[in-house]
Design a protein around this ligand. Structure first.
Ligand code: F6P
Length: 362
């Protein structure tokens, strides 16, 4: 490849705080370095549908603290299996050639793809077609392989911990069990970090199947000790022993069709049945993906974006920026495609939580 002249940027998958901070870091570094920068709208959809616009320095100014993404996102578009109407019927087609056409038409040299596991799997499939990509890892779930942290996670932990703090007071006033459902899909990072930060009495995560009787025991134990209330941080992917994950709905138009939900209501209802304690549940939902990024996420997003630019200028394509042992580095995107990073059972944080009396319902 010759000297880099023009790059594209896209944000894919579910949005999260810090996306704009990465766009700003990549675009400003590139513009100040004399490159042209194009913004691709709504993730891979923009590549497929040729929706792409130039980004000026002004366009990416003043967005560091703004949640969401100025480019729009989409968690349904996957160029290798894209839903298209064929004779009145929706069918999945490989439209990677259309994405390549857009790439060529705009004379791009590379695309910075900011996204989570689904977006990186899509990236790996575009790389196979010859599209040069540098990836930046985002997700509130913190479940991307090869990186110990993704931007967006810290902000979501703050939001979830603050919600747990808030239900604490009402739980205490009304002597109730309060169950808070926290996002994170198949990984418990968000529930674990928010739960520990808020001193939850029970933390339920997908990695540790829970026994509802043990959860009820913790409520009773607390009552015996004079604490009439219990705070439960329930990851949306938490699984009752011998049971299954709670599925809220199936979105057939999405490459990852399962939407989890329902565990907090189940736990709250069962606690009431088993112990007679008053209980309530709260589903935090997409509140966790909103708001301004924390300073930690702004710094991380800026470092990730800057490193993405360094990879581009060094011609080190098809790599994902990662954080390993506290240092920014990169790995081949294909290494992380179709893999999820869950909480290891020997996590020191699980041990620390258990040591202070937190139950994992096991
Ligand atoms: O991956 C981010 C995430 O917010 C998950 O925590 C959650 O399960 C899912 O996306 C929700 O997806 P949607 O925005 O399609 O409802």
């Amino acid at each position: 490849m010759g000297k880099l002249k023009r790059i594209g940027i896209l944000t894919g998958g579910g949005d999260c705080p810090g996306l704009n901070a990465v766009i700003r870091a990549v675009a400003k570094s590139a513009l100040l370095g004399g490159l042209d920068v194009l913004g691709i709208e709504d993730g891979y959809l923009g590549l497929i549908e040729n929706r792409i616009r130039p980004l000026s320095y002004e366009d990416v100014s003043g967005i560091l603290t703004r949640g969401g993404t100025i480019l729009g996102s989409c968690n349904k578009a996957n160029p290798s299996s894209h839903l298209v109407l064929d004779d009145g019927e929706w069918v999945k087609k490989d439209v990677r050639d259309r994405a390549m056409e857009t790439f060529m038409r705009h004379e791009l040299d590379a695309v910075v793809v900011i996204g989570g596991d689904g977006t990186m799997s899509g990236a790996a499939e575009l790389i196979e077609k010859g599209l040069p990509i540098v990836g930046v890892p985002k997700t509130i779930d913190n479940d991307l392989c090869a990186t110990e942290v993704t931007f967006g996670h810290d902000t979501a932990v703050n939001t979830a911990a603050e919600a747990l703090d808030k239900v604490h007071t009402t739980a205490s006033s009304h002597h109730r069990a309060m169950v808070v459902e926290i996002m994170g899909r198949y990984a418990g990072w968000l529930a674990l970090h928010a739960g520990v930060a808020a001193g939850a009495d029970v933390i339920l995560i997908p990695e540790i199947p829970f026994d509802i009787e043990k959860v009820a025991d913790q409520c009773r134990r607390r009552r015996r000790r004079g604490k009439g209330f219990t705070i439960i941080a329930a990851g949306e992917g938490a699984i009752p022993k011998g049971g299954q994950q709670f599925v809220d709905r199936v979105d057939a138009t999405s490459p990852d069709p399962i939407r989890l939900g329902g565990v907090a209501k189940y736990v709250s209802d069962e606690i009431h049945k088993i112990t007679g304690l008053d209980s309530r549940h709260v589903v935090l939902g997409h509140v966790q993906r909103g708001g301004t990024p924390t300073p930690y996420d702004r710094v991380l997003a800026t470092r990730f974006g800057h490193h993405a630019f360094e990879l581009l200028t060094a011609g080190r394509m098809n790599r994902l920026v990662v954080m390993q042992d506290g240092r920014i580095d990169s790995v081949p995107i294909e290494d992380v495609a179709n893999r999820v990073r869950t909480v290891p059972l020997d996590s020191p944080l699980i041990a620390a939580a258990r040591a202070v009396g937190t139950s994992f319902g096991d």
